[in-house]
Design a protein around this ligand. Sequence first.
Ligand code: FES
Length: 126
Amino acid sequence: MTAPADLAAATVRWTAVCTLDDLAPERGAAALVDSEQVALVRLLDDRVLAVQQLDPFSGAHVMSRGIVGSRSIDGADVPTLTSPMYKQVFDLQTGRCLDGAGKAPLDLRTWQVVVTDGVVHVGGAR
Ligand code: FES
């Protein structure tokens, strides 16, 4: 985990959005960061990942209501988020569209997240 000193040293602007306890494992939650809607997902290992709340395929802000899962890619387990609308599957770590469900892939933006003293901070978009 990243220490508070690292937060201060970074040029990224961090926004405290909630506590880790506010997030249920493997369930998404929506947060507003610099007036942009972000979908937060807490994994079973307490890592928190953030992608855009906007579903690029449907145009609806619904990604926090997506289905959290995982896929094996090149032998590694990759956490995924499946859109609740048309079931496109995204890599939660990179935002990459893994399955366009018949459409040309569109990726999600991702944000840096650190959890410090039980508080979830979202940083700049990657
Ligand atoms: S460093 Fe921001 S709330 Fe702890």
